[in-house]
Design a protein around this ligand. Structure first.
Ligand code: FAD
Ligand code: SIN
Length: 520
């Protein structure tokens, strides 16, 4: 059975939800999301959203901070567009119901994070993403044109390939007609035809063993577009957050927001000595790539498992007021931040590259747009500036909605797409095979394609991954589809692209650091 909609949105984080609200007045919107409707990276965002909201700040300062963090390879036109839109788009988020903290004077309580020359981060305590997701979901639920289908897993986008035509990366006009989606409540694969499809599937933190991302972050959107021969770029730039809580048995890793360093938290080695001055004059508030690499270096040269974040000098009530969840989380592990330092380690956090899009969010595939973390717009360059991703998502939701509304007026459904053929497939093999392969992918990526890389490590990662790729493709072709199998397939695809792009880049820049090409 086929469903027909004007707009198909894959993913219900800040990107998908804000886009839905914008296109809904112009047609029928179907949003599919693979877990509970609120489960997303968005929900766990702590620090906040960067925007120019007061006269002491300026667009130019925020633009320069973004360009510096991006280490010379941002698309400056895109940076200028996103930052100058920041005020309007954040106001819109507030109109949709998101609340941000204010000070006693009734002004927004703006925080500071690494790489920012000003206090410009709007936040809601230390759970800003939760608040944004809540407000957007409430607004979406009220709209009669939007239907959300939770526990619906998008498997692949539909293109000419599904009409039996050959499609390769040189095919000039690849078109998207919608997606095959596995309804996890019925276990049936549905065909959803759409005039316009939006990929808003978020990041891929689970390609590494240690990540701050929830389990949904398996790079599905990037892998789907790559398989459909769409363009993907910048995947070598995987951002590691410097300070996730060191608690080896916890997955995903709990984040200790960069705003804590913005509030005065200082990084120290296990013997209580400061070290960031050796690496950058901005010390603990240098951009993330620099801080994560410095921590990695200290841990490796000293043989330590973690470093400390010292907050003991910060006023207790002030800390609790700004970071109530972080305070409680630490306390639950017997870490009293007024007396004890917080053990922290870097963890995979944000995918700076992704599906290549233009300024309207259009991918290299016709009728397919991509926004949010799964996209590569040119804003982040080689390293994302803290709290610029929620901003990028809402600005591109606006851009892509305008373009998509026009696009839908002149696009027809492709009725001849066949339904999914499950003929000849057997029940899934033992789960142990999938779990073991997933661990192997994560170990390969963490050991060889992490914060510090080399030609030899990348070659080794490539060779090892090839075996896993072949094994998993064989499994995929002969067994019935399950989310775990698809996610493993997608993570293997994403790992392959990260390694491929890392091998192509013969320099150290931003988040891609290779010992074979020392930074000048
Ligand atoms: P997500 O919010 O991740 O949403 C993706 C959606 O796609 C989910 O609903 C998921 O279930 C769905 N999905 C994925 N694959 C499929 C599939 N195959 N089929 C159907 N549905 C699918 N950024 C900031 O700017 N400021 C911060 O303070 C900040 N803090 C962060 C803290 C943490 C712990 C983390 C993990 C990230 C943080 N980030 C922050 C990054 C930011 O949260 C994300 O980049 C942003 O929320 C991504 O939004 P999105 O809508 O693109 O993706
Ligand atoms: C944080 O709160 O440190 C996360 C901010 C971000 O990833 O942008």
């Amino acid at each position: 059975m086929k469903k027909k909609v004007d707009f198909l949105i894959i993913g219900s984080g800040v990107a998908g939800l804000s886009y839905a609200l914008k296109v809904a007045p112009y047609g029928k919107v179907c949003m599919v999301t693979k877990a509970n409707e609120d489960e997303s990276n968005t929900k766990y965002a702590q620090g906040g959203i960067a925007a120019v909201m007061v006269g002491t700040d300026s667009y130019e300062k925020h633009i320069q901070d973004t360009l510096i963090a991006g280490d010379g390879i941002c698309d400056e036109e895109v940076v200028r567009m996103v930052i100058t839109e920041s005020t309007e788009r954040v106001k819109e988020l507030i109109e949709w119901g998101a609340q941000f903290d204010k000070n006693e004077k009734g002004e927004y309580d703006l925080a500071r994070e690494g790489g920012h020359s000003e206090h410009r981060i709007l936040h809601h305590k230390d759970n800003t993403g939760f608040e944004i997701e809540r407000a957007l979901l409430e607004a979406v639920h009220k709209h009669p044109n939007i239907e959300i289908f939770d526990h619906h897993f998008a498997i692949d986008i539909l293109t000419q390939h599904h009409l039996g035509k050959e499609v390769n990366s040189r095919t000039p006009d690849i078109e998207c007609y919608g997606a095959y989606v596995l309804n996890l409540k019925t276990n049936k694969i549905e065909t959803i035809l759409a005039k316009v499809t939006l990929m808003a599937t978020g990041g891929a933190g689970h390609v590494y063993s240690t990540t701050t991302n929830p389990t949904i972050a398996t790079g599905d959107g990037v892998a789907m577009v790559y398989r459909a021969k769409g363009k993907v770029e910048g995947m070598e730039f995987y951002q590691f957050h410097p300070t996730s809580l060191y608690n080896p048995n916890e997955s995903p890793s709990y984040l200790i927001s960069e705003a804590v360093r913005g509030h005065g938290g200082i990084l120290k080695t296990i013997d209580g000595k400061e070290f960031m001055h050796k690496y950058d004059e901005r010390k603990s508030l240098a951009p993330r790539d620099i801080v994560a690499r410095a921590i990695d270096n200290e841990m490796k040269t000293r043989g330590d498992d973690y470093v400390y974040l010292d907050c003991r000098h910060i006023d207790k009530n002030d800390f609790i007021q700004h970071f109530p969840n972080i305070y409680q989380k630490c306390l639950s592990l017997n870490i009293d931040i007024t007396k004890d330092m917080i053990p922290v380690v870097p963890a995979a956090h944000y995918m700076c590259g992704g599906i290549k899009v233009d300024k309207t969010g259009l991918s290299s595939i016709k009728n397919l747009y991509a926004i949010g973390e799964c996209s590569s717009t040119g804003l982040h360059g080689a390293n994302r500036l803290a709290s610029n991703s929620l901003l990028e998502a809402i600005v591109y939701a606006h851009q892509a909605a305008h373009a998509g509304i026009e696009n839908a007026k002149t696009t027809n459904y492709c009725e001849s797409i066949p339904d999914w053929d499950a003929e000849g497939t057997a029940h899934p093999e033992e789960m142990v095979l999938l779990i073991q392969s997933l661990r192997e992918v994560q170990t390969i990526m963490s050991n060889y394609v992490g914060i510090v890389r080399s030609d030899l490590r990348l070659q080794r990662a490539f060779d090892r991954l090839e075996i896993l790729y072949k094994e998993n493709e064989a499994l995929y072709l002969k067994t019935t589809i399950s989310p775990k199998l698809c996610e493993l397939r997608n993570l293997i695809n994403v790992a392959y692209i990260i390694i491929k792009h890392a091998r192509q880049r013969k320099e150290s820049v931003g988040l891609h650091y290779s010992i074979n090409y020392p930074k000048k």
